[in-house]
Every structure is written in C-alpha cells, then in structure tokens.
Design a protein around this ligand. Structure first.
Ligand SMILES: NC(=O)c1ccc[n+]([C@@H]2O[C@H](COP(=O)([O-])OP(=O)(O)OC[C@H]3O[C@@H](n4cnc5c(N)ncnc54)[C@H](OP(=O)(O)O)[C@@H]3O)[C@@H](O)[C@H]2O)c1
Length: 289
C-alpha cells in the first residue's frame, strides 16, 4: 500500500476558505495528481460568484452556487485551507470559530500569520499547518516551507506533505524559520525575474531583438537551474568550470564582484526576511488590539 493510500486522503473532505490564485494552484495540483476527487473539494469566497462558477467548470469542485451552504462545507471538512490575504485573515478566521471542531486540520498559507495567532482566532489549541508556498506552485514547480503546531498528528503531517508535493517540493522547518523561507523561496522568483529583466535589457542594448533576447535568457536560466539539479554539482563548482582564466565570463564576474553582487543579494534576502517579520508583527498587533 502506498504512503498516500495509507494517509486516506482520497476519503477526506477538503474546504478552501478563499478561492484566489493560490487556492486554485493547490486545487489544480490535487486534481491533476488525482489525490482527491473534485467533488470532495469545496471552495468559497466572499462574494465573487463568477469566480466560483469558473472554478466549478474548470475542476469540478463544489461551491455554494452548485450545492450546499458555506457553513456546511466548513463544518463538514476534514481539512480547512485558510487562503485569504493577510489583511482579511483576522476577520475571516474569527468568523468561522463557531463552525470548526478540534478534529479538523487547518492549513494556512497566509503570509506572516503565526500558528499561535491562528489558534487564538479559532478559540484555542488546534492542529495548524503554516505554509509558505511560492508563485511557481501554479505550474507545479513550487517550493513550500511548512511548519506544524504541536497538535498536528503524524498522519496529518503526511497528508500535508502529500498536498504540497502535488505543487512542487517541500521544506519542513521550525516556525521561527518561516521568515527565512519568505526571504529565499517566497520572494525568490521575483529576484530571478528581476535578473532576467536586466539580462534581456542588456541583450537588446547589444543589438538582439526583444524576442530573441527573451528566448535566450529564459533558456539560459532554465538550463542553468537544470544543470545544478541534474549534475548534483554545487553552483560555485559549475561556475568555476565555465570561467576560463582571462576569459569573457571572468571579466563579467569580476565586474559583478567590484559592484558587490554577493553582498547585494545577501542584503536583499535578509531584508525580505526582516520585512516578513515586520508584516507578521503588524498582523499580530491588529489581532490583539
Ligand atoms: N500568490 C502567491 O504566490 C502566494 C505565495 C505565498 C503565499 N500566498 C498567500 O496566499 C494567500 C492568498 O493569496 P492569493 O494570491 O491567492 O489571494 P487572492 O487571489 O486575492 O484570493 C483571496 C481569496 O480570499 C477570499 N476572501 C477574502 N476574505 C474572505 C472572507 N472573509 N470570506 C471568504 N473568502 C474571503 C477572496 O474572495 P473574494 O474574491 O470574493 O473577495 C479570494 O477568493 C495570501 O495570504 C498570501 O499571503 C500567496
């Protein structure tokens, strides 16, 4: 019997509280991988009925438009996904307090919202997963940092890891490292996009067409990432191998070093992690006020 079959995920009811882009990414992963039948998944939002119809047509999931009430979906779920924006989270989570029960698992992707804040909003100790996926989850190539509250059982952990594996890879970390996850893989895709923007602009300055520049840069980034993954070699080693003494790459890298490339990236990653902490603290304050 496979690990997944043992988790019994296919017999559970899943409710997505919030039906935006991250909720859709996870539902797409779950349904593509056939982990859960779509009729066992419900999705709800605040007001956008058109969006619910679209999700029903695309994935076959249940919504208030086709079936039961939102209250019934929330009450009947084995796993409730908390999928709203941080600004809406406190009000939305507090509103479901009368509907939830201690046997349910709560999986939150809300940036900055701590496990203890979620427990406070739900009215006491609960099985809570705090996850930080990234935008590449939408194409199944995400990287998700996952932390657990002490009451999450072994089986619930296996379930959670199966769920996020359907949209990419996972790193299980202590909750204190969630800010670091934000600085690295949460904000990370944008750093790479920024690097690609500069590469494309430089290629155009050197005379290439916009479309050729884009195609070359996309393939270069994709190829470099695949080289690291496929060869198992460290990026530093692969870099050394393509850097001939006094060659073109060395000339470029020397210029990057003179302009503090490593220091800039390091400061940026630290700043993103620090900002995640600031935003988290602001949410905590808004809950206790
Ligand atoms: N997108 C990413 O790459 C990414 C990465 C990591 C973490 N996250 C986290 O994922 C969460 C969701 O992000 P998103 O990009 O998916 O947001 P989004 O597209 O704006 O979706 C938010 C959803 O929450 C619903 N909602 C808000 N308040 C609600 C309430 N009181 N009751 C029921 N539904 C409510 C909204 O419904 P209406 O449309 O009807 O208002 C909407 O369906 C955020 O907390 C974000 O920090 C996102």
């Amino acid at each position: 019997m496979s690990l997944l079959t043992k988790t019994g995920i296919s017999s559970l009811q899943l409710c997505f509280y919030g039906a935006g882009s991250m909720a859709e990414a996870i539902v797409r992963g779950l349904t593509n991988e056939k982990l859960v039948a779509p009729e066992r998944i419900s999705m709800l939002n605040r007001q956008n009925k058109e969006r619910l119809n679209e999700l029903n047509e695309r994935y076959g999931v249940q919504t208030i438009v086709q079936g039961s009430s939102n209250e019934d979906y929330l009450r009947g779920a084995d796993i409730v996904f908390l999928m709203m924006k941080p600004k809406d989270a406190a009000e939305a989570i507090a509103a479901i307090k009368p509907l939830v029960s201690p046997k349910q698992l709560f999986i939150s992707v809300i940036a900055g919202l701590s496990i203890s804040a979620i427990e406070k909003l739900l009215g006491g100790e609960a099985s809570v997963v705090r996850a930080m996926p990234n935008t590449s989850s939408t194409i199944g190539l995400g990287a998700t940092g996952i932390s657990y509250s002490p009451s999450v059982t072994h089986q619930q952990r296996t379930l959670t890891e199966a769920i996020f594996s359907s949209v990419g890879i996972n790193a299980i970390v202590d909750e204190s490292l969630q800010q670091a996850i934000t600085g690295v893989s949460g904000s990370g895709p944008a750093y790479v996009y920024y690097f690609m923007e500069s590469m494309i602009a430089s290629a155009v300055e050197l005379g290439l067409t916009q479309s050729a520049a884009k195609e070359l840069v996309v393939q270069t980034v994709l190829g470099a990432a695949e080289m690291v993954r496929n060869t198992g070699e460290e990026p530093a080693e692969l870099r050394r191998k393509v850097t001939s003494p006094n060659g073109t790459t060395q000339a470029a890298i020397e210029l990057m070093d003179e302009n503090r490339f490593t220091e800039t990236i390091s400061k940026a990653v630290h700043r993103s992690a620090e900002r995640a902490g600031e935003l988290g603290a602001a949410i905590e304050r808004s809950i206790t006020e």
